[in-house]
Design a protein around this ligand. Structure first.
Ligand code: AMP
Ligand code: MG
Length: 488
C-alpha cells in the first residue's frame, strides 16, 4: 500500500477561487539522489522514517500522489521597500496540507520544482547550495525553539542549473503552518479584489486563528495576533543574533514563522550593524534594523487590511508591536543571562555587555555559552574571550554581584542551577556560515555526510556532544566575511 494512503492529507487551499493560484505540474529533476530525509519530522506526520524510492520519486517531482493538488500561489509584496505586484510562487509549488499525528495541518511545499506563471525572468529551479542552507537553517531555528518553517526532504540531481556558475539542481520540501504571506493580502488589496480579501481573512482565521472567530471583531483580533507573533519572532532573532537578510513582505508569514531562508546569517562577532545580504546595498535589513522593519512590514499589512478593520483599531494594534517585542526580548535575554528577577539596573548591564562585545569583536554565541559554564570553568575563560580584559573583569564582577543579589544564601548551589538553565538557552552549536560552506562544498562533490552531521547537531544545539567539539569552533579568517547574495 502506498505511504500516502496511510497519512492524512487535505488540499484545502486548492478549494479557494482561482484568483489565489494557478494549477501547475512540477518539472521533475533528472537522476535524483537523496541528500536528506528528516526522519524525526517524517514520524510526526506518520510518514516512514526511512527514505525510499517511492518518496524520492515524489520529492523530486517524478510522481504526484493522487492525494496532492500542486499549485503555484499568487502573491505580491514590498521588496526592499518597493511594491512589486508581479510575485508568486516562481519556483515552488504547494502540494497540499499534511496532518500531524497530533492533529495539526502543515503545508507541504516543494521548492525548485520548475517554471510557473510567476517565474518572471527566473528558471524555476533551486540549487543545492541554497537548498542546503535553507534545510540546515530552518532545522537550526527549530532546534533553538524559534518559530520557523521546517525541512522534510532534500534531493539533489543531475539537472544543471545556471547561476553565476553552473550548479547542481535540487528540490527542497518545506513544511510550514502556512505559506500565506503578508504579500497575499497586499495582492488582493492593490488589485481591489475585496471579496477575495475578505475570504482570505476568513480562511486565515478559520485555519490559524480560530480563537478570534467568536469575538466582537475577528479581523482586528486576527491582526493583533499576527502583530504579536511577528513581534515575538523578531525578539527571538535579535536575542539569538540571527539576521534574516531579506525581510520583504512576501517573505513574512502571517503566522509569525521564520520564512524563506536566503542570505541569512547567525552573527559570529557581535555586530549590530551586520548586513548579511551582499545585495542589500543600503543596509535596509541590517541586524539592528530588523525590529523596525518588522513594524514597517506590519504597517504594510495593516494598509492591505484597511477595508476590513477600522483605521483607529489598526493604529492601536500596531502600537502594541514595540512593547510586545521589547517585553519578549527582555524575557529571553534574562533567561540567557540566568537572571530570574527583573531589576532596574538590568538594561544598563545588558547594554554595557553589548558595548563590550561590539568594541572587542567578541563572538556573541561563544561568550554566552562560556558565561553559562561559569560553574565549571570559572571566570578566566570568559575574560579570555575579550581583548580588553580589564573591562571584561569589571563587567563580570557587576554581573556576579547582580546574580548574588537574587541568590540569597546558597551561592554555589544557586550558580550551578543558574548555569544548568543557561546551558539550555545558550547553544554550543550554531549554524555559522563557514560550517554551512564546508558542508556545501562536500555535498557538491557528492558527500552529504557533513550536512547530516550538522543537521543532527543543530537539532540538539544545547548538548555537549564532546566528539563533535570541533563543530563549535570559531570561524577561520576565510569564513568570517563570506559574501552571500540573493542569488539562489
Ligand atoms: P525570494 O528572494 O526567494 O524570496 O524570491 C522572490 C520571488 O522571486 C518569489 O516570487 C520567487 O518565487 C521568485 N524566484 C526566486 N528565484 C526564482 C527562480 N530561480 N525562478 C523563478 N522564480 C524565482
Ligand atoms: Mg520569497
Amino acid at each position: 500500500m502506498s505511504v500516502w494512503n496511510r497519512v492524512d492529507v487535505t488540499t484545502r487551499f486548492s478549494e479557494l477561487p482561482r484568483a489565489f493560484y494557478t494549477v501547475v505540474k512540477p518539472q521533475p529533476l533528472t537522476d535524483p539522489d537523496w541528500v536528506m530525509w528528516n526522519e524525526d519530522l517524517a514520524l510526526q506526520f506518520g510518514l516512514p522514517p526511512e527514505p525510499s524510492e517511492e518518496l524520492l520519486n515524489v520529492f523530486s517531482g517524478q510522481t504526484i500522489p493522487d492525494v496532492f493538488a500542486p499549485l503555484a500561489m499568487k502573491y505580491a509584496g514590498h521588496q526592499f521597500g518597493i511594491y512589486n505586484p508581479d510575485l508568486g510562487d516562481g519556483r515552488g509549488l504547494l502540494y497540499g496540507e499534511l496532518r500531524t499525528l497530533s492533529g495539526q495541518y502543515y503545508d507541504v511545499h516543494v521548492k525548485g520544482s520548475g517554471l510557473t506563471p510567476y517565474s518572471r525572468m527566473g528558471d524555476g529551479r533551486a540549487v543545492l547550495r541554497s537548498s542546503i542552507r535553507e534545510y540546515l537553517c530552518s532545522e537550526a531555528m527549530a532546534g533553538l525553539g524559534i518559530a520557523t518553517t521546517r525541512a522534510l526532504a532534500l534531493v539533489s540531481s543531475q539537472t544543471p542549473v545556471r547561476r553565476e556558475r553552473m550548479e547542481t539542481g535540487a528540490m527542497l520540501t518545506r513544511v510550514a503552518k502556512t505559506h500565506i504571506r503578508f504579500g497575499h493580502f497586499e495582492h488582493l488589496f492593490y488589485t481591489n479584489q475585496l471579496a477575495e480579501l475578505t475570504l482570505l481573512a476568513d480562511k486565515v482565521i478559520d485555519w490559524y486563528y480560530p480563537e478570534c472567530r467568536h469575538t466582537d471583531s475577528p479581523y482586528a483580533q486576527m491582526f493583533a495576533r499576527i502583530v504579536e507573533r511577528t513581534a515575538c519572532m523578531i525578539a527571538e532573532w535579535q536575542a539569538t543574533g540571527f539576521a534574516h537578510g531579506v525581510m520583504n513582505t512576501d517573505n513574512m508569514s502571517i503566522v509569525g514563522e521564520t520564512f524563506d531562508y536566503g542570505p541569512f546569517a547567525f552573527m559570529d562577532d557581535y555586530d549590530p550593524g551586520l548586513i548579511c545580504n551582499h545585495s542589500d546595498y543600503q543596509g535596509r535589513y541590517q541586524f539592528d534594523r530588523q525590529p523596525s522593519i518588522g513594524l514597517w512590514n506590519l504597517t504594510a499589512l495593516a494598509h492591505a487590511l484597511s477595508p476590513l478593520i477600522e483605521h483607529a483599531d489598526l493604529e492601536r494594534i500596531l502600537s502594541t508591536y514595540e512593547p510586545t517585542m521589547q517585553r519578549r526580548y527582555s524575557v529571553i535575554m534574562r533567561e540567557k543571562l540566568g537572571l530570574k528577577q527583573s531589576r532596574a539596573e538590568d538594561s544598563q548591564l545588558f547594554d554595557d555587555l553589548f558595548q563590550l562585545m561590539a568594541a572587542n569583536h567578541v563572538d556573541y554565541a561563544r561568550f554566552l555559552r562560556q558565561l553559562s559554564n561559569l560553574d565549571v570553568d570559572g571566570r578566566q575563560p570568559v575574560v579570555d574571550l575579550v581583548m580588553d580584559r580589564e573591562h571584561a573583569q569589571q563587567w563580570l564582577s557587576r554581573y556576579l554581584t547582580r546574580c548574588a543579589a537574587e541568590d540569597g544564601g546558597e551561592a554555589e548551589q544557586a550558580m550551578q542551577q543558574r548555569c544548568t538553565l543557561m546551558r539550555l538557552k545558550n547553544p554550543k552549536y550554531r549554524l555559522r556560515n563557514y560550517l554551512a560552506q564546508i558542508a556545501i562544498e562536500k555535498a557538491e562533490q557528492g558527500d552529504y555526510s557533513d550536512v547530516a552531521t550538522l543537521a543532527y547537531l543543530l537539532a540538539h544545539p544545547f548538548d555537549e556532544h564532546p566528539e563533535y567539539h570541533h563543530y563549535a569552533a570559531l570561524p577561520p579568517q576565510w569564513g568570517k566575511d563570506l559574501a552571500i547574495s540573493c542569488s539562489s
